[in-house]
Design a protein around this ligand. Structure first.
Ligand code: FAD
Length: 383
């Protein structure tokens, strides 16, 4: 069977690519390893969407219940180094929109459902003259002009295409859970604290209650050697929340994720391309992972649609290379910036701490630098 485009991975990014191409009249088939829809799994994880991602979602008809983050406050453990970002500084209504991960995935998969073949995966890829041939785990064969890998970290499409991955294990584990807070503050401020107990991020959510928050807490693995996630959280949560002068209470199970990043040396070859977490993954501290994926998908779709309209081959080296050039260096900058941030805040060296805090307090007062930084993180810089 032949399809113009085959997408491996029906997560948020794979479904987005399908829906965006469909709007332009280009049909695609999605091959998804998992079973249909996630709504049966617990709805604990949140996702922070920057203004550019939010706009892309609206353009394909996805509206989400979300909390708007108008201020982000970042500080180190003892509060001497601080930086604050506000939506006002860049003339936006919000710096980000926090939604439930499963709500977004369910909506995307629901819209893309007629094109998704669930519980299937690609086992081999080979090149025919103009087309790429793939074999699935049920031994059926499909042919396509363009195979898109949006199949997440350790992407089978990247591996079967021999793209080389540079990996970095942070030796940290992220705990994520829902919490309530005793506070009369308005629910539009996100807080991030870098401390010797890890990076603690508190984000407002709209889903359940005015004073509900989502926590993502990245903890060095060495602190977890003699304890488990539940004990670690219950023993340390008061110490973290005393830094924000507020009492928060655990309101859900705790989900944990090992933390690492990776970046592929190449995003494409003739007839095959990768996007989102298939191409790169990043520390969750800045909530940028899916936003980089949406920015990739936006540019890839732009290039494919332009080629399609002009009658060029959509899987050609020329078309896919343009996408790689427009995205790879921007992603590299974001990955390096995130590692720099972790190194800077994670350091216990007194000289680094003093310089960092001095630098941050100065940076906090220079508005044009902050505006540049926020615009970069909000996805409004596009090559
Ligand atoms: C704790 C934590 C918090 C985070 N918070 C944020 C945040 O606030 N904001 C943000 O922007 N990002 C965040 N991220 C990152 C974000 O979740 C990811 O960047 C995003 O989910 C990647 O989407 P994706 O569609 O590219 O990949 P995935 O979500 O990994 O989807 C890949 C899909 O491919 C399927 N698949 C896998 N293998 C195969 C195969 N062999 N064949 C077919 N299908 C396959 C999978 O089942 C899945 O459906 C966070 C990550 C973590 C760990």
């Amino acid at each position: 069977m032949e399809h113009p485009v085959i997408i491996s991975g029906g997560g948020i990014i794979g479904c987005y690519v399908h829906l965006r191409l469909k709007q332009a009249g280009i049909s695609s088939q999605i091959i998804e390893k998992g079973p249909s829809l996630t709504s049966l799994s617990s709805n604990i994880r949140t996702i922070s969407l920057n203004p550019s991602t939010y706009k892309l979602l609206l353009e394909i008809g996805i509206e989400l219940e979300s909390a708007s983050v108008e201020t982000i406050k970042v500080s180190d453990g003892d509060g001497s180094g601080k930086i604050q970002f506000t939506a006002n500084e860049v003339g936006e209504e919000a710096l980000s929109h926090v939604a439930m991960f499963n709500d977004l995935l369910d909506k995307m998969q629901d819209l893309a459902k007629p094109a998704i073949q669930f519980e299937s995966e690609i086992t081999s890829i080979s090149k025919l003259e103009e087309l790429t041939k793939i074999t699935l785990n049920n031994n059926s064969e499909l042919k396509t002009s363009l195979l898109i890998g949006s199949d997440g970290r350790k992407s089978p499409v990247a591996q079967l295409s021999n793209f080389i991955s540079k990996d970095n294990d942070y030796k940290q584990t992220a705990f994520t859970f829902l919490a309530s807070e005793e506070s009369d503050d308005n629910n539009s401020t996100a807080i991030q604290i870098f401390s010797d107990k890890g990076i603690f991020a508190l984000m407002p959510i709209k889903h359940l209650d005015e004073n509900m928050f989502s926590v993502v807490w990245s903890v060095p693995n060495e602190l977890l050697k003699d304890t488990n996630k539940d004990n670690f959280v219950s023993e340390n949560i008061n110490a973290m929340t005393s830094k924000i002068n507020s009492k928060i209470t655990l309101e859900s199970d705790i989900i944990s994720f090992p933390l690492s990043n990776h970046h592929l040396d190449s995003y494409m070859k003739e007839g095959v391309v990768v996007v989102g977490d298939a191409a790169h993954s990043i520390h969750p501290l800045a909530g940028q992972g899916i936003n980089l994926g949406f920015a990739d998908a936006d540019i890839l779709c732009e290039e494919i649609i332009e080629a399609y309209k002009k009658g060029y081959s959509i899987g050609s080296h020329r078309v896919l290379k343009k996408y790689e050039i427009r995205r790879k260096s921007i992603n590299e900058i974001m990955l390096k910036a995130m590692d720099g941030f972790i190194g800077l805040f994670g350091s216990s060296n007194i000289y680094i701490k003093v310089l960092r805090n001095l630098g941050l307090n100065i940076f906090n007062k220079i508005s044009f630098m902050k505006v540049f930084f926020i615009n970069h993180a909000s996805g409004s810089h596009k090559l």
